[in-house]
Design a protein around this ligand. Structure first.
Ligand code: SF4
Length: 387
């Protein structure tokens, strides 16, 4: 049966093999073509139907007409001195498949439409042993943390599952200095947006990202970072998904201070987060992590470190401390090194497993929402926050 002509193209990045096969069959192609197409996309990094040489000319044409490959346009590609690389993608105008195969290799903007606000960021953070993709789940963010560039404009919309996976694919298939694909070892949902507020798309993306036929990332190397929606945390624990790591963006060790810096804390108490986090651990066996952005003079004092240690011990979680990066126009400061070390020592002395996450890519505004914020504001100053 032929597909109705008005059917929008199916996003290859959001589809399962069965869904892709159904669509191909509906337009007169053999179902087994789905496996071939997915192998081109995920094993060879090819998203131009014309380059899929084991398909007939007719099938290549039908594929191009009925399946969408990339759905965004790369509008900025920046390389920091420490190797961190950040892409800004505009979803308002789809790129042609062929233009997006050749992702730019060099530092600098790449042209393309940039006037709208339908843009998100994704970041590649390389270390000696890891290549971690940090991806966005929404355009803008509904949470509105007072210190964050992404929260400044509120939520524009949810990303689709395909757009979420596409970010990881783009990062994985970027070329290194030798022309080889960079590849991914780890992935974090710590870019723009609150992942659990886009539950359906994010969980479908996790399914694709961990699938053998697609990105084949190990669940234990994936982290979803949430500001804390207890009902959705429980739903994630019950979901039929590989057990990824859950990180709670706590950022304050008591409800009063948390409400000052995270508007959604008005609706959720830390006790509820601890209960939901323990439930996640009980169901999945994955330890929950607490993320804590240190804001100079706001939440980085010894009393707060002691309170945070109590929360961490109740949750049996480890703690990641992140030094804030200033955002132009926001009244928060980066804490000094002494305050960070003192804070960490207090937690350690209380038996908490605590790490200070390295600030990466400060010279390219690598943290959440900064690059988009800069583009929107027309500023040249690296500014922003680590989510
Ligand atoms: Fe949203 Fe995270 Fe920014 Fe808060 S820190 S506004 S949750 S993107």
């Amino acid at each position: 049966m032929a597909a109705a002509p008005h059917n929008p193209p199916l996003s290859v990045f959001g589809a399962t093999p069965d869904e892709l096969a159904d669509r191909l069959a509906a337009v007169g192609m053999p179902r087994y073509r789905a496996k071939q197409v997915l192998a081109w996309v995920y094993r060879r990094g090819v998203i131009d139907p014309e380059a899929m040489t084991d398909l007939s000319a007719d099938d290549r044409k039908r594929l191009a007409d009925h399946v969408a490959f990339v759905s965004g346009t790369l509008v900025a590609d920046r390389l920091a001195s420490d190797g961190t690389r950040k892409l800004l993608i505009d979803w308002s105008v789809a790129a042609s498949s062929s233009s997006s195969v050749a992702l730019p290799l060099a530092d600098g903007a790449t042209g393309g439409p940039s006037g709208g606000d339908d843009r998100t960021e994704c970041v590649m953070i390389p270390t000696e042993s890891r290549r971690t993709a940090c991806i966005s789940s929404q355009v803008g963010c509904p949470v509105g943390c007072r210190f964050c560039a992404s929260g400044l404009g509120g939520l524009d919309r949810n990303l689709t599952a395909g757009q979420i996976v596409e970010q990881a694919w783009r990062l994985a298939w970027m070329r290194d200095a030798h022309g080889e694909p960079v590849g991914l070892t780890n992935l974090v949902f710590m870019g723009m947006g609150e992942p659990l507020a886009n539950f359906g798309a994010v969980t479908r993306a996790v399914e694709v990202l961990t699938a053998k036929w697609a990105m084949d990332l190990a669940a234990r190397r994936m982290t979803l970072s949430t500001v804390g929606l207890p009902a959705q945390m429980r739903r994630l624990a019950e979901a039929d998904l590989p057990p990824i790591t859950l990180a709670i963006s706590l950022h304050a060790p008591n409800d009063e201070l948390r409400r000052e810096i995270i508007p959604w804390a008005d609706y959720v108490a830390i006790d509820q987060l601890v209960d939901a986090g323990r439930h996640y651990f009980d169901r999945t066996g994955r330890e929950v992590t607490l993320e804590y952005i240190l804001l100079g003079g706001v939440n980085d004092r010894p009393g707060e470190a002691r309170q945070l240690a109590d929360v961490a011990k109740r949750l049996r979680s480890n703690v990641n401390l992140i030094r804030y990066n200033e955002v132009a126009g926001l009244p928060y400061a980066r804490p000094d090194g002494d305050a960070v070390h003192r804070f960490q020592r207090i937690l350690r002395d209380r038996g908490v497993n605590v790490h200070v996450r390295a600030s990466r890519g400060r010279d390219i505004a690598a943290a959440c929402g900064q690059l988009r914020h800069e583009h929107r504001a027309g500023s040249t100053k690296p500014a922003g926050v680590t989510n």
